[in-house]
Design a protein around this ligand. Structure first.
Ligand code: IMP
Ligand code: MG
Length: 180
């Protein structure tokens, strides 16, 4: 593990080593295993691109029968009251009557996850919960309760384990934080 790395114009230093991430992923998997043991084939819905590494590690620790699918939030500039409009793409099969666990890399302000939740609720699932690797409580400004949070951090910008800085850094196995 290199302690300091350069990604484009920024320097980053190690903040959370892989072993610590693994312990946090195991703890969240334990809770989900307990909560979903009796439910009929839940669907894990990974939000691309950031969640790919978290979902692949999480799912190996899940002990009940499940389905895995991926979606993406595509933003485009549209004329609307809020400016940027986000579309949920990739959700092909029906989720009506199904138990859905959204798997996210990070919930920051909560804007993205709110779009996801709205789009999913319209499809009448039996239940929807959010499972995020990182949660930024000081930045979150929505009302929906984020049930499964593997780790909480401040407002610092982090990269690695799926998370990117301008599309690079996703393959790092540790979490790095930007240095001043
Ligand atoms: P939100 O809509 O404000 O909750 O932002 C969520 C999205 O912003 C995440 O899915 C990430 O793509 C990105 N993001 C927020 N904070 C970070 C960070 O610290 N590192 C990398 N990406 C981040
Ligand atoms: Mg993301």
């Amino acid at each position: 593990m290199k302690d300091i790395i350069q990604l484009k114009d920024r320097r980053f230093k190690v903040m959370i080593p892989a072993e610590e991430i693994d312990r946090a992923v195991q703890a969240i998997a334990d809770r989900i295993n307990a909560d979903y043991a009796e439910r009929e084939t839940p669907i894990f819905l990974g939000v691309l691109n950031g969640s790919f590494m978290f979902l692949s590690d999480l799912i190996k620790k899940i002990e009940f029968q499940n389905e895995i699918s991926f979606v993406k939030l595509a933003s485009y500039d549209g004329i609307s009251s809020t400016g940027a409009v986000k579309d949920l793409i990739g959700l092909n099969g029906s989720i009506e009557g199904r138990h859905v666990v959204i798997v996210e890399d990070i919930v920051d302000t909560g804007e993205s996850i709110e779009h996801m939740l709205k789009a999913l609720q319209e499809r009448h699932p039996a239940s929807v919960e959010v499972c995020t690797l990182f949660f930024k409580p000081n930045s979150y400004n929505r009302s929906h309760e984020i049930k499964y949070r593997a780790m909480e951090i401040g407002n610092e910008f982090i990269v690695g384990y799926g998370l990117d800085y301008d599309q690079v850094g996703r393959s790092l196995k540790d979490i790095y934080v930007v240095t001043e």
